[in-house]
Design a protein around this ligand. Structure first.
Ligand code: 4NP
Length: 159
């Protein structure tokens, strides 16, 4: 079992999109029982909120099911995860502040696994939820390929 936590600032746009997109990829590939997938915000500013309406609409347009309630990440959540996948450099700094610089070996920017490492475009500011979806899908597919190539318990499973 590989545990993956996606992290953004508010946990209402990017990281819940990533959680549901990644769960959908796993479901399509028959890999759901090999992973535990969650998402969190570095901030408590949206604690208890549902997925932001335009993020939810974008997921629905792409046939991605599911819902999520926003929650702030704790140090225990970091300890209990194999991979912490943040959306941008600001999230990375916030998480390392939370951990006091520890656990760096399992904290990555999601799009660092892609052919063109970058931050996920933040739709809170760009208002371009489709672009965020494309960045997140690219990151999730690339990360899944990385895990399947590197986790011996998953060798032989198809990307
Ligand atoms: P998220 O988006 O981090 O992708 O969930 C944001 C949500 C809320 C705020 C900023 C970004 N905010 O400033 O309240």
């Amino acid at each position: 079992m590989v545990s993956v936590a996606f992290v953004c600032l508010g946990n209402i746009c990017r990281s819940p999109m990533a959680e549901l997109i990644f769960k959908n990829l796993l479901d399509e590939r028959g890999l759901s029982s090999d992973f535990r997938v969650s998402s969190f915000g570095t901030s408590d500013c949206e604690e208890g909120s549902a997925i932001y309406p335009q993020a939810k609409k974008t997921l629905v347009m792409h046939g991605i099911p599911g819902s999520h309630t926003a929650r702030q990440i704790s140090l225990a959540d970091v300890k209990n995860s194999d991979y912490i996948l943040v959306m941008d450099s600001g999230n990375l700094m916030d998480i390392l502040r939370l951990t006091g610089g520890k656990y760096g070996e399992k904290i990555f920017k999601l799009c660092s696994f892609t052919a063109s490492p970058r931050d996920v475009a933040d739709p809170w500011y760009t208002r371009d939820f489709e672009r965020a979806y494309e960045d997140i899908l690219d990151g999730c597919k690339s990360f899944l390929g990385y895990v399947l190539n590197n986790k011996s318990s998953l060798y032989g499973k198809k990307i």
